[in-house]
Design a protein around this ligand. Structure first.
Ligand code: KG4
Ligand code: ZN
Length: 338
């Protein structure tokens, strides 16, 4: 069995996966409430909370899987990208467990983890496929030719899609994390009430951009400051609709560029209902099969880290003790990673 730990941001997660790929347990302890009063994740606060939570979360994952550490044959953890202090807690805890039991250890890239979650879709997809990874820190259009390989087709020129949701939510006075709160508010609004730009829509390529959209919302909020309360739901719905349209437009360009006939969407923003509906329609119109991952496996979790670990060369104890966490994705320095 694989034991995986994920602590790259503000969720403390552990999961157990059978070697054949069956998910035995996945525990996620969110720190959202702790960070709410700061309006965003405070890295040092996140690290300290991970320290308190990592052991109980691993115990809970073992309990739910009806397993003990004796059943574990491989330990995995997220190495990066993410908050360094937060990553180090999970990485160190996982290696300590592995070292004490003389087990191999698999360091996993968080973005590879998100993409690996496609294996747990109700109708799972195997590579090759084309994929949108939209989270709080990243927005990438990827070609996935094989397990453990990601080729970048396009990425954001400024903010990530999740960041656009979070910053928009803050402008509308919504609590952190902004994505789910904005989606909830948008349910009662008219997506056509306000006209927002669709950044880069119709332009060639698969890159994304959200900073202009965020500025447009900021100006609208300022313009109607006195009447904001009665327009909040319409603003949320219209702003969400612009993000979704933009993601869909660029995603369908990526599908065409990759020539793949299977598409998936992963990362926290993939939990968004409006995006799921729009991609379902867009893929159906093009005869592309859409593999939708359950929302709980779109947001950060350790099941995806365990899945990705199956395609990582495991390290022996002497080789993993000196491993360091990394903050930035290697995908962003080059446009392909094997
Ligand atoms: O993948 P994730 O859990 O963490 C990162 O790797 O960043 O993604 C978190 C992001 C946050 O920006 C959050 O607001 C966004 O995903 N998110 C959503 C929804 N659920 C989470 N955005 C829009 N609608 C949602 N339902
Ligand atoms: Zn993530």
């Amino acid at each position: 069995m694989i034991l995986a730990i994920e602590t790259s941001c503000d969720d403390t997660c552990a999961a157990l996966l059978s070697i054949d790929g069956a998910l035995r347990s996945s525990i996620r302890s969110s720190q959202a409430e702790l960070h709410e009063r700061f309006g965003g994740v405070v890295p040092e606060v996140a690290s300290r909370r991970h320290l308190e939570l990592v052991e109980p979360v691993v115990r809970e994952a073992l309990r739910e899987a009806d397993a003990s550490l004796d059943d574990v044959t491989l330990v995995a953890a997220t190495q990066g990208p993410g908050l360094i202090g937060a990553l180090l807690v999970g990485l160190t805890a996982a290696r300590a467990i592995a070292y004490a039991r003389d087990l191999p250890f698999a360091p996993v890239d968080h973005l590879h983890g998100h993409v690996a979650a496609v294996a747990l879709a109700p109708e799972p997809a195997e590579p090759p496929f084309c994929c949108l990874l939209a989270s709080g820190g990243h927005s990438l259009l990827l070609d996935v030719p094989a397990h453990g390989r990601l080729d970048v087709l396009g990425g954001t020129l400024d903010d990530a899609a999740g960041e656009a949701f979070d910053k928009g939510a803050r402008l509308l006075g919504l609590p952190h994390p902004g994505g789910p709160a904005l989606e909830e508010l948008a349910r009662g609004g008219d997506p056509h009430a306000f006209r927002f730009p669709r950044p880069l829509a119709g332009r060639p390529g698969c890159d994304l951009s959200f900073s202009g959209l965020k500025t447009a919302l900021m100006l609208r909020v300022r313009d109607i400051a006195d009447d904001l309360p009665q327009h909040r739901a319409d603003l949320a719905a219209s702003y969400q609709c612009a993000i979704v349209d933009s993601l869909c437009d660029r995603a369908m360009r990526a599908v065409a560029a990759s020539g793949r006939d299977v598409f998936s969407v992963v990362g926290g923003v993939a939990a968004n209902g409006a995006l799921r509906t729009a991609l379902t329609d867009a893929c159906a119109a093009r005869g592309v099969r859409l593999a939708l991952v359950p929302p709980a496996l779109c947001v950060d979790n350790a099941a995806m880290i365990a899945l990705a670990a199956r395609h990582v060369e495991p390290l022996a104890p002497a080789d993993y003790l000196s491993l360091d966490a990394y903050a930035r994705s290697p995908l962003l320095s080059g446009r392909a990673i094997a």
